[in-house]
Design a protein around this ligand. Structure first.
Ligand code: ATP
Ligand code: MG
Length: 731
């Protein structure tokens, strides 16, 4: 039986246990995904189960694709007909067949996030809700959350004392009705409606219970409540369910994942057989040991053993760069070294670079372009393709060239300023007929009587504002001009009001753009707007490597789950980035950051590089981050510090010393400057007499000159001279 020969005894047992609930609970790289693929192959090949009776769920489309490939490699053509998909696509397929029973039509549309927001806004307007008080995005994420919990509008019981919740209940109800009127569903509905369908129509559920006699789930630790509910419905007659997962790799708590699902599985399925896998096949001893030592610090986890027969391997290389550009150069240098030492046919493919937040990719991308190394951003947009970046560039493009109607069209209502679509269409055709640019057309239209007084007023206001920007082009430096645009158009304010994860990440990207500009202005004394735009557009048009699969993969740590690469770089090993400053406030958040770090480390097969930058202008202001506390959790003997700078040991010692003298408490983040040390700590909560409460993001400068950047909930980030700021430390 050749299939089983490729497996160790525990894996074999998991593959042979085809009936009844099975939980494979094991650490990274121990062959969980392999067990699933072999189990599928075994069922089909050895037990003669028709492929159509098997349903396997994974977390992303990419993972599903990979699993299908692996199964096909084992089985060839007979793999056809197995359902390997994500929860969402499986539900979409089910609903296509049965949604009529819920009062929708079969040709329903699936709305994406942007459509979702548009619908929400309409509904909220109908209800007369003020977007400032109740932000559509906040409503949107609250509704998504309810759907993740399997809560229908009818079931949701708002707290009597919570105004937001009361409104939410109304909005949710109306929003669902509105979607239904449009014969549409959103992402959350796919799951919610499917469970509802199964609840209301047991005979439909029956069909699927009979059809899928074998259900398997990869990355089970990241399922949310509704997904779990769906699984329980599907298998409650036969209980042939096999889930595999690792609580140490649960990284989607913030999106509603319930690691409790994995811990409760045995309670919900009392017959469960639990198999643990302890041998790691992926990584070298050193990498595995490092990852284990770190994740063991987490309190909320199940203890696991993980060992490997793989060679010890090289030590982990750690590099301290001066700034993020030097860090990117380090990555490039090491990739080049790797290439010359390893004559492989597709060397770039073997390398991955992971970072915590999207904005970090910018410095890397520039270095890759400069050195002609092919790369691809996995699961994310390239920096200059992101919506917020394009919006701001559109303003700048228009300001530098007012006949650019396309850019004007992009930003005319961004952020929304109540200039209606109909009005715009009229102005556009008016301009077209007279051969005017949109801008000229707008000016001319002000005299026309088919525009309502209100529309005229709005357009007039808008024109005045952008004409002011136009005047500033000559007199105001680039970064300042951009700041003026961002504040006067209220672009920043709107994002701050939203306050969602997504909005915060957009704000980070904008900060990143501002720091690119500052650098540019320093590099090219008084660099003009025009030359900046030119540089950026050259960046975006670099598509030299379009057709090559052989590229270095760049991605966030979240995207890296389940994947593996011979060579892995993890950049930005700094307090504030990893752990990320938005998190790390509660112990659970910190532990999730640690798990994320663990996921990153355990992707590496042979060689791991870690790096951090002493100064980073990732956030608009230059800032210096303390080394990530996770670095201190790695055994020193596994680390090899990259020359030439030689500063690292000193630096490490310096942090250690401060800990010994009690000046830093274990695990605490402190902003620092290469020249000295200050009592204001990153993450501290402070109160300002005018701006109210805020959190310290960074501290720079000395004594009298010391400045702190503080993120205030009322006014956003402010850089203040500490001496005059009158700050009160709250915690
Ligand atoms: P993760 O927790 O990261 O999802 P995993 O537990 O799913 O990891 P796999 O991806 O299935 O682990 O396996 C990790 C690597 O080890 C793969 O390259 C796989 O082919 C290999 N591997 C697993 N089991 C064996 C085995 N018994 N013999 C040889 N190689 C194996
Ligand atoms: Mg896996």
């Amino acid at each position: 039986m050749s299939l089983l020969d490729d497996l160790n005894p525990a894996q074999k047992e998991a593959v042979l246990t085809t009936e009844g609930p099975l939980l494979v609970f094991a650490g990274a790289g121990s062959g969980k995904t392999r067990v699933l693929t072999y189990r599928i192959a075994y069922l089909i090949k050895e037990k003669g189960i028709p492929p159509s009776r098997i349903f396997a769920v994974t977390f992303t489309n990419k993972a599903a694709e990979e699993m299908r490939e692996r199964v096909e490699r084992l089985l060839g053509r007979s793999a056809r007909g197995i359902w390997i998909s994500t929860f969402h696509s499986a539900c979409a397929r089910i609903l296509r067949h049965h949604i009529e029973q819920l009062g929708y039509q079969r040709n329903f549309v699936i709305y994406d996030e942007e459509d979702q927001e548009r619908h929400l806004k309409t509904v909220m307007k109908e209800l007369g809700l003020d977007f400032k008080m109740f932000h559509p995005k906040a409503m949107q994420s609250a509704i998504d959350q309810l759907k993740n919990e399997g809560m229908t509008p009818e079931q949701f019981q708002p707290s009597y004392y919570n105004i937001f919740q009361k409104r939410l209940a109304q909005v949710y109800q109306r929003y669902q009705e509105d979607l239904k009127r449009n014969n549409g569903v959103d992402f959350g509905d796919l799951l919610l409606l499917t469970t509802l369908l199964f609840k209301k129509f047991p005979e439909v559920l029956r069909t699927y219970q009979d059809l899928w006699h074998y259900v398997m789930v990869d990355e089970f630790q990241d399922t949310n409540l509704i997904q779990y509910q769906l699984l329980r419905q599907l298998v409650n007659t036969h209980e042939n369910i096999c889930v595999v997962g690792d609580d140490d790799q649960s990284i989607y708590r913030w999106r509603g994942a319930e690691v409790g699902n994995i811990l409760n599985f045995e309670r919900d399925f009392p017959e469960t057989k639990v198999i643990t896998l302890e041998q790691n096949y992926r990584s070298t001893k050193n990498i595995l040991h490092a990852a284990n030592s770190m994740v063991q610090r987490n309190r909320f986890r199940k203890e696991k053993v993980l060992w490997t027969e793989n060679p010890e391997g090289e030590r982990i290389t750690f590099f301290v760069a001066k700034d993020e550009r030097e860090e990117a150069d380090f990555v490039i240098r090491k990739i080049k070294e790797y290439l010359s030492a390893n004559p492989s046919s597709e060397p770039y493919r073997e390398v991955a670079v992971f970072y915590r937040i999207n904005a970090q990719s910018r410095a890397l991308e520039e270095a890759f372009v400069k050195h002609h190394i092919p790369y691809t951003i996995v699961g994310g947009l390239k920096f200059y393709e992101r919506r917020e970046i394009k919006d701001i560039l559109a303003y700048l493009k228009w300001v530098s060239n007012p006949s650019d109607s396309l850019s004007l069209r992009r930003i005319i209502n961004v952020p929304s300023r109540g200039i209606g679509e109909k009005t715009l269409e009229k102005i556009e055709s008016y301009s077209r007929e007279r051969g005017l640019s949109l801008y000229e057309g707008m000016k001319a239209c002000l005299a026309e009587d088919w525009l309502s007084p209100l529309a005229k007023e709005k357009i007039f206001g808008f024109l005045q504002m952008i004409e002011d920007f136009m005047k500033e082009v000559q007199s105001v430096p680039l970064t300042q001009l951009t700041m003026n645009i961002l504040t006067q158009t209220k672009y920043l304010d709107r994002l701050k009001e939203e306050g969602t994860e997504e909005a915060l990440s957009r704000l980070e990207n904008i900060d990143e753009l501002l720091s690119v500009m500052m650098e540019f202005e320093q590099e090219e004394e008084g660099g003009s707007l025009q030359s900046f735009l030119e540089r950026v557009s050259l960046m975006t048009e670099v598509d030299l490597y379009e057709n090559k699969e052989n590229r270095v993969s760049l991605m966030t740590l979240h995207c890296a789950k389940g994947l593996e690469f011979p060579v892995v770089f993890m950049v930005g090993m700094e307090e504030g980035l990893l752990p990320h400053y938005r998190r790390g406030e509660e112990i659970e958040d910190l532990e999730e950051e640690r798990r994320l770090c663990y996921v990153g480390l355990t992707r590496a097969k042979r060689k791991l590089y870690l790096s951090r930058a002493e100064r980073r202008s990732t956030f608009g202001v230059g800032r210096a981050n303390l080394p990530s506390r996770f670095l201190d959790e790695l055994p020193l003997e596994l680390i090899e510090v990259e020359e030439p700078s030689g500063e690292e040991e000193k630096d490490r010692g310096w942090v250690e010393r401060m800990k010994e003298t009690g000046e830093i408490l274990e695990g605490e983040g402190i902003s620092w400057h290469p020249d000295g040390f200050y009592p204001l700590k990153m993450g501290m909560k402070v109160r300002h007499p005018k701006f109210g409460e805020g959190r310290v993001r960074s501290v720079e400068g000395m004594d009298e000159e010391q400045k702190a950047t503080i993120l205030f909930s009322s006014v956003g980030p402010k850089r203040l001279k500490v001496k005059y700021a009158n700050l009160e430390i709250i915690e």
